[in-house]
Design a binder for this molecule. Structure first.
Ligand code: AMP
Ligand code: MN
Ligand code: MN
Ligand code: MN
Length: 276
């Protein structure tokens, strides 16, 4: 079975609408699909309806931004009840800081000679509550300052670069609590992105498990083949379930197509083991 449990739509920073992502996943041979927009469940109803119509098994998901030890970490919530009120409230709280951060990012970019970035980014926003760095990146590509979104991140939007604004998201235990309260499974998204040293890695995973986290993304486009191996080992070491997802954001902006990554290593217990 081809299972892809991580991707985005226009309800966060993806380029395609939820129904377009559903149809594309189906065309790409995905059998089980989760939509996991950042901090937002608004696309799930349309995604589910389309998936049902075309015969694709659909899993409700989300990717929650948190701050841990001054780092932004993403926690996937999978197979959850999208009507659970504390989850909805927690995500509304998480989203609430984005507007102010966006103005700060625009001011930081103006200071290095890129004016008008707030309004420019708005043209790429599908959901104003979810204005984020990817929308700024698309505008900076439009200006011709960089040739693609990746280059914008590297030059302007990652930590240490002029358009980066530190932001305090919610706490790990809260996000995992909302996910579990909604009957879902909490999964560490793309752990290779955080550049933990071994001490931090242990401290983070230990706390993640203590607060009820159960899974880790192993097969993701954010990882190299060596990292697929490394995080397979880490999942086994901590007895975490493994997950697989492309983190697809749309044509031309993704390191992997939907459903195209290798399967989850057979040595791991998949996060989806009890779902069907
Ligand atoms: P935000 O939630 O606004 O901080 O934006 C995070 C999003 O920016 C991620 O989900 C990716 O879509 C995108 N992103 C982060 N880092 C990179 C990168 N190095 N290259 C391309 N896109 C990135
Ligand atoms: Mn994104
Ligand atoms: Mn992410
Ligand atoms: Mn993602």
């Amino acid at each position: 079975m081809n299972i892809d449990l991580h991707c985005h739509s226009t309800f966060s920073d993806g380029l395609l609408t939820p129904d377009e992502v559903a149809r594309l996943a189906h065309r790409k041979g995905v059998d089980v699909w989760a939509l996991t927009d950042h901090d937002e469940l608004g696309g799930l109803a349309l995604a589910r309806a389309t998936a049902q119509e075309i015969g694709l098994k659909f899993i409700d998901g989300v990717e929650i931004s948190i701050t841990w030890a001054n780092k932004t970490i993403h926690i996937l919530g999978l197979h959850l009840n999208p009507n659970h009120q504390p989850l909805l409230d927690g995500l509304a709280f998480t989203r609430s800081g984005r507007e102010r951060r966006a103005h700060q990012i625009a001011a930081a970019l103006a200071a290095v000679g890129i004016p008008g970035a707030y309004d420019g980014a708005l043209n790429y926003v599908g959901n104003i509550d979810l204005i984020g760095r990817a929308h700024f990146a698309r505008y900076i590509v439009e200006l011709g300052i960089c040739s693609d979104v990746k280059e914008v991140f590297t030059r302007y939007l990652v930590e240490g670069k002029p358009g980066y604004v530190p932001h305090a998201w919610g706490a790990l235990e809260d996000a995992v609590g909302w996910i579990r309260g909604a009957g879902g499974v909490a999964v560490v998204a793309h752990p290779g992105r955080y550049h933990f040293d071994l001490v931090q890695e242990h401290a983070f995973i230990d706390q993640f498990i203590q607060v009820g986290g159960e899974g880790i993304e192993v097969i993701t486009s954010a990882h190299s083949p060596a990292e697929w191996k490394y995080y397979e080992g880490l999942a086994k070491k901590y007895q975490l379930k493994g997950s697989r997802g492309s983190d697809y954001h749309g044509p031309g902006e993704s390191d992997a197509e939907l459903g195209a990554l290798p399967p989850l290593p057979a040595s791991l217990t998949p996060v989806w083991q009890d779902w069907f």
